[in-house]
Design a binder for this molecule. Structure first.
Ligand SMILES: [Zn+2]
Length: 258
């Protein structure tokens, strides 16, 4: 009897292993997707499976769109940073996006972009546009230089939001041009200021980023625009203050944009 049981047991174990194998394949197929574009391998992984944010990600954004958006975001950034040769670009061969069950909005570390499923779940309005904008910001952190860690955090975040500004995917709650207290306040405030600087010299942000490959010096602003960053900031503030006054005087409207 025992000699009959052994093959039976083996068959049973084999079938079990096969079922486990199939499950593993299905699990992988539904939770992660990948693609290679312009020499960069992209993966998208939804680790927040079954949370309402992860389901919303599946329904409104999805793997296919994310892979496509990550690749086009990279291309957009290389172009904006004027990095046409491989030698100009950061040496990154793989970028991984994760949809995680976490607080906050998103962060980037070690060529991994993490986006919060909770944020996706709670966002009202154009979700796809908002997350696309988040991709532009976070992907900039993958490709930008940070002056070997010496550049101010506010400038790093400002460049990321400048790229987002140029992509057109910006939220309505952003400050208007001319608003803010300091040039290196970061995010939208610095992005609007960098946009002003970029209007003074086409390609300014690309040139500033190029300079930040090995270090950082506040005089990079003087080198590129012949004015100190403090002078540029006060010129910028004065320009919009003047515009606000003209606006109020011209139409007698009580709304003042500062
Ligand atoms: Zn950032």
């Amino acid at each position: 009897m025992a000699s009959h049981h052994i093959p039976l047991l083996s068959s049973f174990l084999l079938i079990l292993a096969a079922i486990q194998g199939i499950r593993a394949v299905n699990y992988a197929a539904t939770n992660t997707a990948s693609n290679t574009s312009d020499g960069v391998h992209y993966t998208v992984t939804n680790t927040a499976r079954n949370t309402s944010g992860a389901i919303r990600f599946d329904n409104h954004i999805g793997f296919e769109y994310s892979l496509q958006a990550l690749a086009s975001t990279t291309y957009f950034i290389w172009k904006l940073f004027q990095q046409t040769n491989d030698a100009d670009k950061k040496n990154v061969s793989k970028v991984s996006l994760f949809i995680d069950d976490m607080d906050g909005v998103a962060y980037t570390s070690n060529n991994e972009i993490h986006v919060s499923a909770k944020y996706i779940n709670g966002h009202t309005g154009n979700l796809k546009g908002e997350i696309t904008g988040v991709f532009y910001h976070e992907m900039t952190h993958i490709w930008q230089w940070n002056g070997n860690g010496e550049a101010p955090g506010g400038l790093i975040e400002g460049i990321a939001d400048f790229v987002r500004l140029k992509s057109g995917y910006i939220p309505s709650h952003w400050v208007q041009p001319g608003q803010g207290d300091r040039w290196d306040q970061g995010y939208d405030v610095t992005a609007r200021f960098l946009d002003y600087c970029n209007d003074l010299r086409n390609g300014f942000v690309a040139d500033l980023n190029k300079k930040m490959i090995n270090g950082y010096n506040v005089n990079y602003f003087v080198n590129l625009l012949d004015k100190s960053v403090d002078q540029l900031w006060s010129d910028y503030k004065a320009l919009y203050h003047k515009k606000a006054s003209i606006y109020v005087c011209g139409c007698m409207c009580t709304r003042i944009f500062l």
